[in-house]
Design a protein around this ligand. Structure first.
Ligand code: CLF
Ligand code: SF4
Length: 290
């Protein structure tokens, strides 16, 4: 059964309106991705194509041991999250991991983050493995805008590009949000704010995802890299304007710490990920999926 909203607001560092002293452990078990965001330096199935890279992320059966070690050092942990380093639904490892974690640590909130491409077809499985909170990264709800942010997707074995790819991605994100919010799952939407591309589009994203059932909205400033490295990172004012544009429609999450896929600790306070994973994990620093 889904956790009630008040419990999640009180216990989850990323879903309540106020910052509090609760922590999360991210398990970097999801190496591959099925889309190609232009600001990301990961590529479709990059991990599978480069021998050795997959060995630097955790295996599902290793996860519980790391949670145990982390809880000894950090009793504030209330959430176990999987946020990459690729997409959590592009490979089966995230859902496998949540199944194991649910058995051993049923008291921890299970939090998953995805680009949403496979959300409609995986919705029932997310409910079955007991995901409590879900984040979907929606960078645009107009295909022409999304196509400027994403080169291509790989969907059911076929590559789609440009506006055609964007239409499939957006449709699946919105349908997935609707289906899962109907089950009572709490949903956060993240948008990477890319000046000159989607900064004038935030209001439309906000009311579209709210209408689909999202509870809270997190606007993440672009880290200019890869094909969007020529853009400027948003200024504080641009970020503030974007939040103001969304505010009439949906709750805004303002204390995001832009965590890595292997973060452990209280967001914005301390991180012991490198100590617990002991160099075992070598995920790339990219924008956060959280
Ligand atoms: Fe992790 Fe994300 Fe779950 Fe939080 S992070 S998967 S929702 S447990 Fe949180 Fe970090 Fe911001 Fe993410 S502060 S990047 S919003
Ligand atoms: Fe995939 Fe995330 Fe990179 Fe986009 S930002 S290509 S969803 S890993």
């Amino acid at each position: 059964m889904a956790l009630d909203e008040q419990t999640i607001y009180r216990e989850h560092p990323c879903f309540g309106p106020h910052k509090h002293n609760k922590g999360r452990i991210h398990l970097p078990v999801a190496p591959g991705c099925n889309i190609e965001c232009r600001f990301c330096d990961r590529k479709i199935n990059e991990s599978e194509n480069r021998p050795g890279v997959t060995s630097t992320v955790l295996k599902p059966e290793e996860a519980c041991e790391y949670i145990r070690r982390a809880l000894e050092r950090c009793p504030e942990l209330t959430v176990v999250g999987i946020a990459g380093p690729g997409d959590t639904l592009a490979t089966p490892y995230a859902l496998e991991t949540f199944r194991l974690v649910k058995k051993e640590f049923p008291q921890l909130i299970r939090c998953m983050s995805t680009n949403g491409l496979l959300l409609p077809e995986k919705a029932d499985e997310l409910v079955e493995v007991g995901i409590d909170t879900l984040t979907v990264t929606v960078n645009a709800v107009q295909p022409e805008i999304e196509a400027q942010l994403n080169n291509r997707i790989i969907y059911h074995g076929k590559i789609y590009t440009g506006v055609e790819a964007a239409k499939i991605l957006i449709q699946n994100q919105i349908e997935g949000i609707k289906r899962l919010s109907d089950t009572g799952m709490l949903i956060k939407v993240n948008t990477v704010l890319c000046p000159g591309i989607n900064d004038c589009h935030i209001e439309e994203i906000a009311y579209t995802v709210k209408d689909a059932g999202a509870h809270i909205y997190n606007i993440i400033p672009l880290i200019p890299q890869n094909e969007l490295k020529h853009l400027e990172a948003p200024t504080f004012k641009q970020l503030d304007d974007a939040r103001k544009a969304a505010f009439p429609y949906i709750n805004i999450f303002t204390h995001c710490a832009h965590c890595r896929a292997d973060a452990i600790g209280v967001p914005g306070e301390y991180d012991i990920g490198s100590e617990i994973y002991m160099g075992r994990v070598n995920t790339k620093e990219t924008f956060s999926h959280g």
